[in-house]
Design a protein. Structure first.
Length: 140
């Protein structure tokens, strides 16, 4: 796979919510806009390890941690059709790009969040991961 993944990119991905995974589901119910929060090339395997965050148009439940995406960030990320949306930071899907069943190698990113907004996302993700972050492993 020659595709490069960068933090802040928004891609189409069949995100599997943690609650669905906990119920035994193995496939995301629909493809959705998803943001790459971490993209790391493995030192031992040379593969691209990804942490992917869901973007939703549904307001988050009170017990969830999510950031609302501003209008300008929606435009940058290719989400102009959304009136309002949030990026959920208290759970994520883990996948390996080169071995993924769900990532199309030639499909371009929808867009990309600004560096400033990505820094806010990364900080919120890091904090949420330490407290209650849930990882759904999509490589199994």
């Amino acid at each position: 796979m020659s595709r490069e993944f960068l933090p802040g990119q928004v891609i189409v991905y069949p995100y599997l919510w943690a609650w669905q995974h906990e119920r035994g589901e193995t496939e995301g119910r629909k493809t959705r806009s998803t943001s790459v929060v971490v993209a790391v090339r493995g030192a031992n395997d040379g593969l691209t390890h990804l942490a992917l965050l869901a973007i939703t148009t549904q307001p988050p439940e009170p017990d969830r941690i999510a950031l609302e995406v501003s209008d300008i960030e929606c435009r940058r990320a290719g989400l102009s059709d959304f009136k309002r949306c949030w990026i959920v930071v208290d759970e994520y899907n883990y996948d390996v790009a080169e071995r993924s069943w769900y990532i199309e190698p030639d499909e371009p990113a929808l867009g990309r969040f600004s560096k400033a907004f990505m820094m806010r996302i990364a900080a919120a993700f890091g904090q949420a991961s330490r407290k209650s972050g849930r990882r759904v492993n999509r490589t199994e």
